[in-house]
Design a protein around this ligand. Structure first.
Ligand code: ACO
Length: 329
């Protein structure tokens, strides 16, 4: 009989340097008060100029492997979810494979923006439940500071850098990842863009011509989408296994904005105190946000063994993803 995939190791890495809202007041026309009341964010960690996504991802991966008691050479699959790869090729996953010495692992990147970690978890868990691989490393890692326009107050106050990693292995029935749900709507992808090779005129006109390959976002459209999709994706993933919101002990959402979390909690009629947030300290770290939050939720015992938890992400694409996990580690 097929086994579920379960999270057996967790690790994180964030850069040392902290950029506070007060630091940002000196860079753009903003205030600590505005950022805190509109987003909840108080500070974010920013990588130095010589640190890239693979550096943060590799450190998080090593920590997760240590936590799981697995040697790098035993790893069979590495998936890195990121929108800030070091290079187009090799993939960040291949760079991580080399850096950590996971010489026997297959490796590839996955781009689903802020939904990327739960997308990666879903893909990796298929390999585990089918028996194709005995373990997998799923990493969400970003250096968003490198694609941020530091002159644009609409976006530069929101993002941070970091990485979180988990190790998946087969676990006993009734534990681990019980259900996942993925979605995308490319027709509204225009609300959150980062140009690469194609610099379309409509993308260029929104940006500093000197620095066009930066994040641009229609904040209010993404906000409305996010509140609705967190609720919808949470209910959809529960419904797949005949559970409902009353069965849930804790939700770990993508960490973008406290007002989005509050809005989603109201929509779900779910107790806000059971939703974990740490965006106050890290800002929005895109694909890294859920694994960093999960790590802290577990370490602080916000999540305990036998809790039923929902991980839920939304972001560029636009995309969304959710997972129900019976926590046991
Ligand atoms: N400081 C001061 N004022 C600001 C700032 C700032 N940092 N940023 C914007 N403003 C101003 C705007 O210019 C606007 O002024 P105006 O009315 O004179 O034009 C005013 O504040 C209100 O702007 P809104 O965009 O309406 O502010 P809102 O309350 O919607 O908050 C925010 C903006 C925080 C961006 C919000 O819309 C949001 O969180 N959106 C979702 C973002 C998100 O979750 N993204 C997730 C995906 S990210 C990814 O996938 C990489």
């Amino acid at each position: 009989m097929n086994k579920n995939a379960g999270i057996v190791g967790l690790g994180v890495c964030v850069p040392e340097k902290i950029l506070t809202n007060f630091d940002l007041e000196k860079m753009v026309d903003t205030s600590d008060e505005w950022i805190k009341t509109r987003t909840g964010i108080e500070q974010r960690h920013i990588a130095d100029e010589n640190t890239f996504t693979s550096d943060l991802a590799s450190k998080a991966a090593i920590n997760a492997l240590e936590d799981a008691g697995i040697k790098p050479e035993e790893v069979e699959l590495i998936i890195v979810a990121t929108i800030t790869p070091d290079m187009f090729s090799p993939s960040t996953a291949c760079i991580v494979q080399h850096k950590i010495g996971a010489v026997n692992a297959a490796a590839f990147d996955l781009n689903a923006a802020c939904s990327g970690f739960t997308y990666g978890l879903t893909v990796a868990s298929q390999f585990i439940t089918s028996g194709y691989y005995k373990n997998a490393l799923v990493i969400g890692a970003e250096c968003l500071s490198k694609i941020t326009d530091w002159k644009d107050r609409n976006t530069c106050v929101l993002f941070g850098d970091g990485a979180g990693a988990v190790v998946l292995k087969p676990v006993d029935e009734g534990r681990g990842i019980l259900s996942t749900h993925l979605g995308a709507d490319g027709s509204i992808g225009k609300h959150l863009t980062v140009p690469s090779l194609a610099l379309e005129p409509q993308e260029l006109e929104k940006r500093d011509p000197e620095n066009p390959r930066t994040i641009w976002m229609n904040g209010s459209e993404v906000f409305k989408f996010a509140v609705k999709i967190i609720a919808d994706a949470t209910l959809a993933v529960l419904e797949k296994i005949n559970l409902n919101i009353h069965d849930v002990d804790a939700i770990v959402p993508h960490q973008a904005n406290l007002r989005i979390v509050d809005g989603a909690a109201k929509r779900l009629k779910f107790d806000n105190n059971k939703i974990f947030t740490n965006l106050q300290k890290y800002g929005n770290t895109s694909a890294a946000s859920i694994p960093i939050a999960l790590y802290e939720a577990v370490k602080s015992r916000f999540i305990k063994n036998d809790d039923l938890i929902v991980l839920v992400g939304f972001g560029g694409g636009l995309t969304w993803s959710s997972a129900v996990v019976k926590w046991y580690k």
